[in-house]
Design a protein around this ligand. Structure first.
Ligand code: RVP
Length: 480
């Protein structure tokens, strides 16, 4: 498919890429990182939210681990940290070091057993300490510290930080209990990431995936308690009673945004809309690592699937997430023209610095591993001691051994692509270009004006660079 060029009275930079992820969440860029164990953990989710998209934490983790990742994102950058990480005067410096490394922070307030602020311990206090077994009380900067009352304005807080040349401003109530923390880093970050996706408290937004079987409800509860903004009920066969029931339960018992998927037909989308979901995720088999269409013989070409789903979703005002199959930035514009509001990316982000996993060197080139959630590797889950928490995505929760498992995905590697910021810049830049060529100033206009034309194999060959040997790599083209 190609988008047909149309009359345009704008420049690419004038296009707005703002779009709805779900009924209650709007993103500045329509990109979502996939709930896969080689794509999205806290680091990726933070990077995506800073760029104006969102990350969906995978569920091949224990409930506690997944909730901890939600917590890491929610604490990562904020107008105010409402529930700061703290230590006690009796903790050791080694304990504090561990906390700082886990949460990527540079210091923590010290509180007594009543939650009263008694001091603060930061990098500056610890820098010249060689004895890591010393208790915090001997090293911390004790009260009185510069503090502010709960409810201090953003400008007021910034003034206090500036006048006192401090980096952290604890917020305390009338009884001296620690109620929050504002850091100078949060101000510099909001200047650096003006598009970031934030909740009402100024914290980055994050999503997480759950299934429908086993402890799914318990998992949802833990994620909600940790502050998750959107839960994706994520199964490979989303046109199913189990999915509709789970969406109904979550909507009845919580205020969290709920997305259901995956489906690839209008009837499937209608079922999820009727179940009360806040968005519908579309894609059966388009994923770069997916073998569902050959193993099960089931699926629908992704552009058609998105279009069909949008016929059920658009009249109900429920956004569509086009999940899987995107290889180039141009595919984003095509998915949106077909009816998607946002797209979910796996392989395009798996090579980023912020994805889980180490860099692999092969013949001097750098790669990162990428695998389907239905692959044998994901079921083995060696990274987490062999426990598979996501077999039920493919309806095989009860399969006892690896030999009996029917994989629907493969394992491989993708070229290392550097930081998310650079990759997203190219992807969103390509979308701007697509909107320019079609004369679409907004995502809604691209929905309306974007005309897709089917092409032949010859048209596809002509579309890619041809009859030349590429000698220099482009940042947004990686060959076929
Ligand atoms: P892609 O971006 O083309 O790499 O596709 C990513 C999507 O593929 C995921 O968001 C998910 O819907 C799907 N997926 C993940 N694992 C598997 C599988 O093992 N078959 N498929």
């Amino acid at each position: 498919m190609l988008l047909v060029p149309a009359y345009s009275d704008m420049q690419p930079g004038e296009a707005s890429t703002q779009s709805r992820l779900s009924r209650g969440i709007t993103l500045n860029i329509p990109l979502v990182s996939a709930a896969m164990d080689t794509v999205t953990e806290a680091r990726m989710a933070v990077a995506m939210a800073r760029q104006g998209g969102i990350g969906i934490l995978h569920r091949n983790l224990s409930i506690e681990e997944q909730a901890t990742h939600v917590d890491l994102v929610k604490r990562s950058e904020a107008g105010m940290v409402t529930n700061p990480v703290t230590c006690t005067p009796d903790d050791t410096l080694a304990d504090v070091e561990r906390l700082c490394a886990t949460y990527r922070i540079s210091g923590v307030p010290v509180t007594d057993t009543d939650g009263r602020l008694v001091g603060i311990v930061t990098n500056r206090d610890m820098r010249f300490e060689t004895d890591q077994s010393r208790p915090v009380r001997e090293v911390m900067t004790p009260m009185p510290l510069v503090t502010a009352p709960v409810g201090v304005s953003s400008d007021g807080a910034f003034d206090l930080l500036r006048k006192n040349k401090i980096e952290k401003l604890p917020l305390v109530d009338s009884e001296g209990r620690l109620r929050g923390l504002i850091t100078v880093k949060d101000f510099t970050k909001s200047e650096k990431y003006p598009l970031s996706t934030k909740d009402a408290d100024g914290r980055l937004m994050v999503g997480a995936a759950i299934g429908v079987a086993g402890d799914a409800e318990e998992r949802a509860k833990a994620l909600i308690d940790a502050g998750v903004d959107v839960i994706i009920v994520d199964v490979a066969q989303g046109h199913s009673k189990g999915l509709a029931d789970m969406i109904g339960k979550l909507k009845a018992n919580s205020k969290v945004q709920v997305v259901g998927g995956n489906i690839a037909t209008r009837a499937g989308a209608q079922m999820i809309v009727d179940a009360g979901a806040d968005a519908v995720k579309v894609g059966v088999g388009p994923g770069s690592i997916c073998t569902t269409r050959v193993v099960a013989g089931v699926g629908a070409p992704q552009i058609t699937a998105i279009h069909q789903a949008s016929l059920a979703c658009a009249p109900a005002g429920v956004p569509v997430i086009g999940d899987g199959g995107l290889q180039y930035s141009g595919d984003i514009a095509k998915a949106i023209a077909a009816g998607a509001d946002t797209v979910m990316l796996g392989s395009l982000l798996a090579g980023c610095e912020e994805s889980p996993g180490l860099l692999i060197f092969i013949n001097g080139k750098q790669f990162k591993s990428y695998r389907g959630m239905g692959s044998l590797g994901a079921v083995r889950n060696r990274e987490r001691g062999g426990a598979s928490f996501s077999k039920d995505r493919y309806g095989q929760a009860e399969v006892s051994s690896e030999e009996k498992y029917i994989p629907e995905g493969i394992e491989g590697q993708v070229p290392y692509r550097g930081p998310v910021s650079a990759v997203v810049h190219q992807l969103v830049g390509g979308l701007h270009q697509g909107m320019w060529y079609t004369g679409s100033r907004t995502i809604a206009e691209l929905h309306e004006k974007g005309q897709l034309m089917p092409i032949t194999a010859a048209g596809l060959k002509e579309s890619h660079p041809h009859d030349i040997q590429m000698t220099v790599e482009a940042p947004n083209y990686h060959g076929r």
